[in-house]
Each structure stands twice: as C-alpha cells, then as structure tokens.
Design a protein around this ligand. Structure first.
Ligand code: UN1
Length: 513
C-alpha cells in the first residue's frame, strides 16, 4: 500500500490502523464481528472494520430520527450551503479519495477520480436545486378556492450501494436527500468498507463544524442481513438500493410489504447497435471503453454489440485490433487501461460465463483467462474477452459483471437491431451508432429502445449526473441523480384552501343542511 502514495491518501481520509488489523472504523459501524478489506490490486490487507448489530442499528436509527426533526426545520437553501461545503471538501480530497476507490475496488485511477468528480457534480446540482424544490399552483374548480402542491421531506432514507461505485452512488442519493430535508443511513458495500468510512469522515467533519447533529449521515456495515434491518423497518419510508436484480427483487418486495417506497437501480444488459453509416472513430473507443472500463463492472457496461452484416467484418476487426492494445495491471499506474475484478468469486463467475458461452455455441474471438506472475499476485486480473454469440443464448441474456463482450449480426432495417437490443430482461442503457437521422430518431422513439438511457453516437456507460439515471424492466424502474429525480426523496402534499365565506363542494355536489 505504500506505493502510489496510498498511505498518505489513507491518512488524509482519516483512515487509521491501516494494515494493523485493529478495528478501523469500529466507531462507525458497531460492535459486530470484524471483516477485513483486501485490495484486489495487490491482495494486501487495507484495514478491518466491524459490522453493525441489531442493537447498534437501533441506536443509529434513534439518532437519525432525532436529527431529522432538527434538519427539516432548516430552510432548504441553508441545507444547500452544507452540501456546498461538502462538495468543496470533495474537491480538496479528490485525489486521495479517487486513489482509495481505485485501490479498494480496482477501477483505474482515472475512473476513481471520475467517480469523485460525479460526487462533486451532484453536490453542485443539489446546491442549485435547494432553491428550486418548487411545487405548483393548480386552478380550483370552486370560487374562492386555491389549490397547490407542496413537497415535504420524507424522513430517514436508507441507502444500499454496491462495490463498483463505492462512493458516487451514495453521493447521488445523499446530496439530493439532504437538500430535500431528509437524513440518510447508508449500508455501503462490504467489499469496499473503507470507502464508506472515508465518505462518512468527510461529511461528519462538516456537520460538526456547522454544529449539526451527526445523525444527518450514518453508516452501517455488513452483509444482506444488515440491509434487511432497513428494508423491514417502517421508520424508513424510502430505501434506495443499487445492486443485482436478485437483490432488488427481495428488497423491492420487502419494502412494498410495509408500503415503503423503493428506488431500485439493478442490473443492465446494455447493447450498442452499429449501423452501416456508423463512424468507426466513434464506435471503437465507445464500445471498448464501455466493455472494459471498470473491468466490465459498471451496470452501464457494454455487454452486446449488434452489428449490421454489411459492416460486420470491418467493425469486428477494428474492435479486436483495439483489444490488442489494452494494458492490464495495477490500476493506480496510469499507463494501464484495466485493473482487476473485485475478488476471486468474481473471477470464477467470469470464467464460468466464458465456458457457458462456448458450450452454447459461442465463437471466441479474443480469449479470456486469468493473469499470473509479477504484478498479478492478487489473482483478480483477467483478460477482456470477445465472443461471437446469439442474443437468445442463456448466458447472453444474463448480466455477468466482467469484461466479456458478445458480438452479433443483424440484417435489414434498424428495427431488427432494435428488436434484439430490447430482447433481454434488463432495460438500463442502450446506444446506436449512426449518421442516418431516421434511424437515430426511430431508436429514440416510443417504438425504439425500451431502456431508461438511450444514446446516439456515444456508448452505453459514462452518464452525466444532470439526467435522471436508471432503467426499466428488471433494472428496477428507479431514477436517481439529475432531472426531477429529487421528487422521490420527498412526499407530495396537495392543499386546497377556501378563502370564501361559502362551502361549495367539488363536483357540484349539493348537500343542504
Ligand atoms: C453503475 O454502474 O452503478 O453511467 C453506475 C455511468 C456512471 C454510473 C454507473 N455514471 O457509467
């Protein structure tokens, strides 16, 4: 961990006891068993954290509920001021936090920095929004009456996030929830617990400097059982959960059982349609970054290329050629494009997926495999693979969180490609590469892509925070980040006020006494 300035970064983020194996973050998580965080970069122990017990959780919830009562009375633009300070602190700590993200979960340092930039961007967005939580005035059908709609804070928001975006997903939720007047309890990924500690340290310091209750932001730690404490808890009106479709199906059902709201960001199976007029200069970097960025572990990663038969050979050769230039290794070393997968379980899932694709009749163009030798001691570095496959293969229908790209052909009109693109259970991100206006507009129309994100001449990953982020079908239907996603963090209230001396009833109903 001493290389690439990691020790210094951990110090700046207030993470102590590194490599000493003693209760890092103890104070934050509770009195449960200890779990260790090993880096997939070099297999080294980064630190240990304790998990949250039910008793710890109840304490966290008491503090959160008390903090909510205070926080919601603060005018929204003043809450925005706190988020502004948080964004500034993130600017100061962008490099160490980006480094920790890279070291603890394995994405390239550039992408680690990009993730922190997303946090900064959502803070800026939220600060402006803190003066725009506008309701509406609605014309009443009755004389001397006025109707309006207001947005009120919803309460304690539970956040469950995944290892692949161990800091940004939290910020997309919290920055909005905080300006809305909510307080947050966060279960970060147990695979990247020090990222969670680092984030909490940053916001806790700001709350303290401003004499605000620490319960505005709390963290809990552990596996799905700790998540269950929140999903079954009716003190939490909204649970925002990012992760697998399997997880989301359970979270959604559990929260719905008690009439809570859930915001689900689940798996994707994202495709790029490559048409005859597509520009290779755009196609190649778009597809390759989409497929191998974050080692194929983004929910927006490109999994499928649907290529018109007339340009198939040319596109295939260009993509295969580009894969030959990829360098795999320590993600903190900026000359590498690709770091490791998160852990060995994930490596096994990746290997099994390649075998399955072969067994179903896939034709391997660029073979995968696990790297060994110097620099690859963690056992988590794998080669990105390209496989020619059919859309209906079971493995193609399934999201594998790894750098495996499936190539397939379409013939005839763009409708045939759109049918393939939509022919999966997931509905997160999608893209078309074309210079034909009619094809692009068809793809974006009601009869086009069925995904929450549909792009033209850019890839499937790397969404900006200004748009609503999320998808349809098994992706879960939630939207977070930009546009009007803030509304899910608030409760809507419809008001009718009578300023006349009469009481006319709606719908003209007569009720004479
Ligand atoms: C995720 O993979 O969980 O569009 C989110 C992107 C990022 C977000 C990905 N802005 O790739």
């Amino acid at each position: 961990a001493s290389s690439f300035g990691m020790d210094q970064a951990l110090k700046q983020l207030g993470i102590k006891d590194v490599n000493h194996g003693t209760s890092t973050g103890n104070h934050h998580f509770g009195s449960g068993e200890e779990i260790a965080s090993y880096s997939p970069v070099d297999g080294q122990l980064i630190g240990k954290v304790t998990t949250t017990t039910q008793a710890d959780y109840d304490q966290v919830m008491e503090k959160a509920q008390a903090a909510f009562i205070e926080w919601r009375t603060m005018p929204a633009p003043q809450r925005g001021e706190i988020v502004r300070q948080f964004g500034n602190k993130l600017r100061d700590l962008k490099e160490p936090l980006g480094k920790l993200v890279s070291y603890e979960m394995g994405k390239s340092y550039q992408e680690g920095l990009g993730e922190v930039q997303e946090m900064i961007d959502i803070c800026d967005f939220a600060v402006g929004l803190s003066r725009q939580l506008n309701g509406q005035v609605i014309p009443s059908e009755r004389p001397g009456h006025v109707m309006r709609e207001q947005w009120h804070p919803i309460g304690v928001v539970g956040i469950i996030s995944a290892f692949n975006f161990p800091v940004a997903v939290w910020a997309w939720n919290t920055a909005l929830a905080w300006i809305c007047g909510d307080v947050c309890v966060w279960k970060g990924s147990e695979k990247a617990p020090l990222c969670t500690v680092a984030c909490q340290n940053i916001i806790a310091a700001i709350l303290k400097e401003n004499n605000l209750p620490e319960g505005i932001s709390s963290i809990i730690n552990g596996d799905y059982k700790v998540g269950e404490m929140m999903t079954t808890d009716s003190r939490i009106p909204l649970v925002s959960a990012t992760g697998s479709t399997r997880m989301g199906r359970i979270v959604g059902a559990t929260v719905a059982q008690r009439f809570g709201k859930s915001l689900l960001e689940l798996g994707g199976n994202n495709a790029i349609i490559i048409t005859p007029t597509a520009d290779l200069k755009v196609v190649v970097p778009g597809a390759v970054f989409g497929a191998v960025g974050t080692c194929g572990q983004r929910c927006t990663s490109t999994r499928r290329l649907i290529i018109h038969e007339s340009v198939y050979d040319k596109v295939r050769d260009a993509i295969v050629g580009a894969y030959g230039q990829l360098t795999i290794g320590n993600p903190l070393d900026e000359k590498n494009h690709i770091g490791p997968l998160i852990d060995k379980d994930s490596v096994n899932t990746y290997l099994a997926a390649i075998e399955k694709a072969k067994a179903e009749g896939g034709n391997v163009l660029v073979d995968g495999g696990v790297l060994d030798g110097e620099g690859y001691e963690s056992g988590c570095y794998v080669k990105p693979a390209i496989i020619e496959a059919e859309n209906h293969f079971e493995i193609v229908q399934h999201e594998t969180f790894a750098p495996i790209l499936y190539l397939m052909k379409y013939s005839g009109d763009v409708e045939n490609a759109i049918e393939k693109q939509n022919g999966v259970a997931q509905g997160l991100s999608s893209a078309i590469m074309t210079n034909e206006m009619k094809e692009a507009e068809k793809f974006l129309s009601f009869a086009g892509s069925d995904c929450g994100i549909a792009n033209v001449n850019i890839g499937t990953s790397g969404a900006e925070i200004g748009g609503a982020f999320g998808g349809e079908k098994e992706t879960g239907g939630g939207r977070e980040s930009g546009s009007d996603a803030w509304k899910v963090y608030m409760r809507r209230q419809t008001n009718t006020v009578n300023y006349s001396d009469e009481l006319p009833l709606a719908q003209g109903i007569k009720f004479d006494l």
